[in-house]
Write a protein that binds this ligand. Sequence first.
Ligand SMILES: [Fe+2]
Length: 290
Amino acid sequence: MSNPTVKPFWDAPTGSWQYVFHDPQTMKGAIIDPVLDFDPLAGATSTANAERILTYVKSTGIEVVWILDTHPHADHFSAAHWLSKELDAPTAIGAKVTGVQQLWAEIYNLPDDFPVDGSQWDQLLEDGAEFMVGEVPVRVMFSPGHTLASITFVAGDAAFVHDTLMMPDSGSSRADFPGGSSEALYQSIQDILALPDATRVYVGHDYSPNGRDPACVATVAEHKISNIHFHDDPDKATYCALRDKRDSTLPLPKLMLAALQVNIRGGRLPAPEDNGRAYLKLPMNYFLSR
Ligand SMILES: [Fe+2]
């Protein structure tokens, strides 16, 4: 058994944290939530973030054995598929991604033969699933709320909690996307705060509030003491009222309508049309302007 070495990579345009963790004994590792760059004005994807990760794992001598996503992201495209091809490593995501695929296949009016069985990933992970990355034991916790398919990876003494808790000075993540639930998020965060106090909690986003440097990790104990949404141990009703009120003021993520149709395909663009080019579509007036 060992604890992982964790290397964070920040993507400034989306405020996303991407991670590589590895076992220092065996040098086996995993990538979590890699970003595929997308310029919405040009409609162009690129791989600067993924190439940074690739350079790091190659120069450090890490053998990547898994490429993991915590959930289908709404604010960026996943680079899981691209990295999987580059590194010849398998992809995995939470098993409830099938529910997210069904939901968004309906919103995008995708054809009946669009697979909503999660077959775009090599493995779907159930609640409580366990696997090893070298000598680091990894356990999957379902953490719904931000999305219905969200999961936390507990890897040794590190927990990759994606969009549940944010850094203590930012509180917690929003729960108002289709399939989201502040009540479910409250329970998921209680489960994370029940991990050992010394657990290193790595978050999915940081937006550098008040101009501080971007940050990605605090311990469970630090969250219990100073997380602005949880330090006074709110009951579910109090938290949900605060969360729902705040969410009602937030605009939808800039890239959500583009990102979901890529991310429910495991980070692939839709199949090319007869001219060889892929297209994204927009569901008009499905979401109300905020
Ligand atoms: Fe997210």
